[in-house]
Design a binder for this molecule. Sequence first.
Ligand code: AMP
Length: 386
Amino acid sequence: MQLPQLEDLRPIAGKRVLVRADFNVPLVGGVITDDLRIRLPLETITWLLDEGAAKVTICSHLGRPKGKPDPKYDIAPVRERLYELLKQRGAATDRVELLQNLRYNPGEEANDPAFVESLVENEDLYVDDAFGAAHRAHASIVGPPSRLPSAAGRVLAREVEVLDRLLQGAGTPFVAVLGGAKVSDKLGVIEALLDRVDALLVGGGMCFTFLAAQGHGTGASLLEESQVETCRRLLLSSQKIMVPTDIVALSPGGSFGAGKEPSGEVRQLGTDVPDGWSGLDIGPGTAAAFADAIGSAATVFWNGPMGVFEDPRFAAGTRAVAEAVASTKAFTVVGGGDSASALKAFGLDGQVDHLSSGGGASLEFLEKGDLPGLEALRRAAARSRS
Ligand code: AMP
């Protein structure tokens, strides 16, 4: 996919550049627990400064403040960390500004033209480096490219290049591994991927809707009743879907999850979960079969944990997949969010070819082959050519 690149904006000397970043970092009590998202666009920002930009104004959302100021989501800690990181690189921070959280203004999510106007009014160029937000048709994503010469920053360009390779020219066998909680979030991408992959491995909470579609009991496991029929249709239409053949489950009344004292009995089961029991991880047989499939692939895409990996009793399935993805020689792409945290928790981050900075955006790109933010940049390029 051809996107306008930073070089296409030259000359940059003396220009004012608006940069959309994705600084949506995890915050606990105002403290940033992982600054990766602030580090990612530094390459773009320092490139613009080195080219002589008069000013680089960065904007980002942070959390979900619902269209009004909320001190919990003040961008100040991000600003402090950004300046620290830029100084470490010897960059001229006096030419860099970070605007307050975009979502303090209801115009951001509503894509309000007046808010777009306020963002672009003192700017000459626009750079989108917020891959994690490229699937949102929000003001700061789709507005500026209709007003200013625009380009993709390095993060966005790299993400799209890698994901495009999965869609256009993935080496085979191509294996996709999908997990996470909700199946309805992922049915679109499952359908799209079935045309491209050789095998699609399903774990996590979403596997129970598939198991129910096969006629198995799912007990108190996560189940999306309204999606059972669609899962049945998918299973009938494709031999490529691999669902678990064993499950690790927690007894009725047992507790798990953040902030809770773990309790209850944990048992390995086949594919039938008895009444009251909750399936919370794939079993060891499934984990081994998934690891084998990953090990014999040439291309692997993984999104979503295989179980409630935050609880050590239900982490083995996700760990097995993470280890298989980390150790294979295949081209490996991991799609953001929880899979990235899982890799990190197991000390395996850095051992995959591409760790996407946008979970939702990468799934939507694989499903639809395009995103509103990318379309907007291509339209801007077409306008500047005509
Ligand atoms: P998602 O945001 O859809 O990627 O879901 C991620 C979450 O799914 C993680 O926090 C996991 O704890 C959770 N999860 C994975 N497997 C299960 C399961 N079998 N039952 C309930 N939650 C699960």
